[in-house]
Design a protein around this ligand. Structure first.
Ligand code: ADP
Ligand code: MG
Length: 242
């Protein structure tokens, strides 16, 4: 079976710093892959390489067997990679609905006009925000901005979803809702890379995990095994802010 996404030797240098070092992993269809590791270990940079926000210094990234590394980010989005950002990025002068419509217009399966609007409304229902469709995004609570961003990534019917600490900064009630929301996406059979620190979420949502430390993969395997690996525990304990 061809992987949905595969990284081979993916490397990103910033001057003398190797932020991502010779990274190999595959993501299977319908899989939720946890990409975990302490702060600064290269997780967001890896998502930037996959989504085309950054070009790898070396190595290749393929989507269903065809190379996407080196393509402009818009082309990679068109081919089916959609993401959220660690710091939420919305179009501030637009409404909730307009922001989500942008995902339908520029995503994998393009829709226009009324089709894009209907799709955006369906996605807002999915994330529990349809009643706020006409609100300016500036009026939203933090978790609602996260919901909008998630709805926008879903609106283009991506083949793979990259979620960069989507659950970070939520209070306990919101966290429970957030985990339920991602679980629902998982149950729909979506293919997801979940960059996450929240252990309960990793345990309950991820089929497998890849663990990074200082840019390199230090462990990979099914979630329970990886989380009980002494090297993984040490990598986490070795940093103050993980
Ligand atoms: P994580 O998401 O795991 O916390 P990042 O991928 O954000 O880690 O960062 C990995 C390393 O690369 C860090 O040392 C960070 O400071 C560095 N880094 C990330 N982006 C840039 C950039 N645009 N320019 C220079 N260094 C960067
Ligand atoms: Mg990060």
């Amino acid at each position: 079976m061809t992987a949905v996404l595969s990284l081979r030797g993916a490397t990103k240098r910033f001057g003398g710093l190797v932020a991502v070092n010779d990274l190999d992993f595959d993501v299977a269809e319908h899989e939720v892959l946890g990409l975990i590791g302490p702060n600064g270990s290269g997780k967001s940079t890896t998502l930037n390489l996959i989504s085309g926000a950054l070009r790898p210094t070396s190595g290749t990234i393929a989507l269903r067997g065809s190379t996407i590394s080196g393509l402009p980010a818009q082309d990679i989005a068109r081919r089916g990679v959609a993401r959220t950002f660690q710091l939420v990025r919305l179009l501030p002068s637009m409404t909730v609905l307009e922001n989500v419509m942008a995902g339908a217009v520029f995503g994998h399966r393009r829709r226009w006009g009324h089709d894009a609007e209907a799709q955006a409304m369906r996605m807002l229902e999915k994330v529990g925000l349809s009643r706020r469709a006409q609100a300016p995004v500036g009026q939203l609570t933090y978790i609602d901005t996260k919901r909008v961003e998630l709805a926008r990534t879903l609106a283009g019917e991506p083949r793979v979803l990259l979620l960069d600490e989507w659950l970070a900064g939520l209070n306990p009630t919101e966290l429970e809702e957030g985990i339920a929301l991602i679980r629902a996406l998982r149950d729909e059979g979506r293919t997801i890379i979940l960059v996450e620190h929240v252990m309960d979420a990793i345990r309950s949502l991820c089929d497998r995990c890849v663990v990074m430390s200082s840019g390199a993969k230090i462990a990979e395997g099914d979630t329970a095994t990886v989380l009980s690996d002494p090297d993984v525990i040490e990598a986490y304990l070795g940093t103050e802010d993980a």
